[in-house]
Design a protein around this ligand. Sequence first.
Ligand code: GLU
Length: 334
Amino acid sequence: MNIQKTLLIFLLWGVSFYSIAQSQQAIQQVVEQAYQEFKDVQEGKNADYIKELAKVDPSIFGIVMVDIDGNIYSAGDNFSQVSIQSVSKAFVLSLVLNESGPEVIKNKVGANATGFPFNSIIAMEINRESGINSMVNAGAIATTSLVNGATADDKWNAIVKKLSEFAGRPLEVDEPVYISEAGDNQRNVAQAQLLKAYDKIYFDADQSVDIYTRQCALSVHARDLAIMAATLASGGKNPITNSRVVSTEAVSYTLPVMATAGLYENSGKWLYQTGLPGKSGVGGALIAVVPGKFGIAVVSPPLDEAGNSVKGQLAINYIVEKLNLNPYLVESGN
Ligand code: GLU
């Protein structure tokens, strides 16, 4: 190779390195702007039907984005922990898809939107034949019951192991949250019994609810959640640990269910605004996945009427718009 060619290669390398650094700086700036823009929003209220959640500091506000190369962009409280709650449903779904394949979920749980709140019994009745989905409580309890393992301990260990692999660190249960919800869980117990009556639960009903309640009480912070979402964005490979967590196929069936029902009865509105699969939890966590690009997570406990983090929705909407992340926004090129 002559000297001119070598110099040209160095120059091009330098230019592309510079433009990557520039665009990373731009992403960090947008995340900081989103934080500044919404940090003083006072709307919403912590969930209180699980008593322990009412005690969580409502001022926690953290935004983290992780790209599929493992770069992290953040603002606010990266490391304040909340219980994962319903966000766990997306990851347990991907675990079951990874173990058993898409037909099992399609035939035994379903993948249709209910249009009803997350714990609706009417939705179970109406969708008795067609099935519901793994993002609402009844479908999530059925999904948890499908995790491989002969005993409740086996199933639980598989869930903690897999969700920890998604996060890239060992996750632990927030015991006070678990105890609080387990003591007040009549509605979920009733839903599991109804599933049993309909032959739609695949392990002991009470034990399935107990495992589900524990999975919802796992403690996570915004950075964990963004890494978990980025693992979905990268087709199942954790971009920080570089280990494969679930198959690409499992992710390809998880994201549509999130898009269909990840934000409860407001899932359509969310998809209309962002174009992205998302999942919220009543602990105040909200994640969104930009396939092939980013995982985005916000933690902020005050919720709207449907149970979705108010600041979470505002911040992610802002980021999606500023960085043009809506996958339906296609430039025609002419
Ligand atoms: N553990 C909660 C429940 O079953 C999760 C609800 C949620 O985050 O949507 O009620």
